[in-house]
Design a protein around this ligand. Structure first.
Ligand SMILES: Nc1ncnc2c1ncn2[C@@H]1O[C@H](COP(=O)(O)OP(=O)(O)OP(=O)(O)O)[C@@H](O)[C@H]1O
Length: 313
């Protein structure tokens, strides 16, 4: 395999169990996937799914229990320095020394990575994240958005080929979010592989070439974005019926049916297999009178449901 064909990141059977105060928590359970070079790759999952654990293993901040990970062809155990130099990580939390200016923060970070002074790109980075006019301001005087942009710049001081953003837009306003994405897209056009974690399907849908979904420490999807979104074409309908029910009636046109109240049924159906009329007709054939109907758009949870159903089938 030539290096150009190698994945940017290769994760193989990665597992992590946290142990504290006699409690064991399996945060990652045999996760395997590649992040192809040159892509914007989304790692999605609900809170607690294991995304930060995975990113922190790559960053060298959490020690894995088993399995392996390679960053730009460097195994994180055998070549930790090269692996670390190949990746820039924008953490979830904003943590700075409040007394450093953005310029100083970037210079210090470049020093930590051993970037020689003539090779530093401090001014270009400040310009890229639009902080040139704040270069000499104390970090504590920056707005939340500016701090986040500074974090992105800090992750890029050593010009890594891979940039990882961990929940970059949590608590970020729409304008800043767009600016951040413009910058990330620009980096990607210049050849930087981008990995972002999020629990927003729309965000991943807008930006990512490929999306992997992690749930309860397991990988449940890893597909080009368009293919994954097609799976989100399940529809949900909530139906109020005319009497109390003990259980939900079954029908082959329902992907899933659930009794969510004494008279309320929530039904998931594939819109390319049946339409809402057929779903309601099936309920009427089961002898139920329909009092009210409402629909809701599918969300990430529905994608999870349809994916976990597939895994179980
Ligand atoms: N240091 C730790 N000790 C014990 N359990 C932990 C530790 N860190 C994480 N966990 C647990 O491991 C699981 C995965 O957590 P992780 O932070 O990786 O999830 P996440 O997908 O990043 O979620 P979030 O989006 O909320 O950050 C959770 O159940 C969490 O409570």
């Amino acid at each position: 395999m030539s290096s150009a064909d190698q994945p940017a990141i290769r994760i193989t059977d990665l597992a992590k169990t946290y142990e504290s105060a006699g409690q064991r928590k399996r945060a990652l359970d045999g996760v395997t996937f590649d992040v192809p070079r040159g892509q914007i790759f989304g790692l999605l999952g609900p809170n607690g799914a294991g995304k930060s654990t995975l990113i922190n293993i790559l960053a060298g901040l959490v020690v894995k229990s088993s399995g392996s990970a390679e960053i730009w062809g460097f195994d994180i155990d055998r070549h930790p320095r090269n692996a670390k130099r190949s990746i820039g990580i924008v953490p979830q939390e904003i943590l700075f020394d409040p007394f450093f200016t953005p310029r100083e923060a970037l210079e210090i970070q470049a020093g930590l990575y051993g970037v020689p002074k003539p090779e530093r790109i401090t001014d270009a980075l400040l310009d890229a994240v639009r902080l040139t006019d704040k270069a000499h301001a104390y970090a504590r005087t920056l707005s939340g958005g500016m701090k986040r942009r500074l974090l992105v710049a800090k992750a890029m001081v050593h010009s890594p080929p891979i940039l990882v953003l961990d929940e970059p837009t949590a608590g970020v306003d729409i304008e800043l979010r767009q600016q951040l994405w413009d910058y990330v897209r620009g980096l990607n056009r210049q050849g930087v592989t981008v990995v972002l974690t999020t629990h927003y399907l729309e965000e991943a849908e807008e930006l990512c070439d490929r999306i992997a979904i992690i749930n309860h420490g397991r990988l449940i999807a890893n597909e080009p974005t368009r293919a994954l979104i097609a799976k989100a074409q399940d529809k949900a309908v909530v139906v109020e019926v005319d009497r109390d029910l003990d259980s939900a009636p079954g029908n082959e046109c329902f992907e899933k049916i659930e009794l969510t109240g004494p008279r309320t049924l929530e039904i998931i159906y594939h819109k390319d297999k049946v339409n809402a009329g057929e779903v309601l007709a099936a309920l009427q054939r089961a002898g139920l009178g329909i009092v009210d109907v409402s629909t809701r758009d599918p969300d990430l949870e529905d994608v999870f449901l349809s994916l976990t159903r597939e895994v179980a089938a």
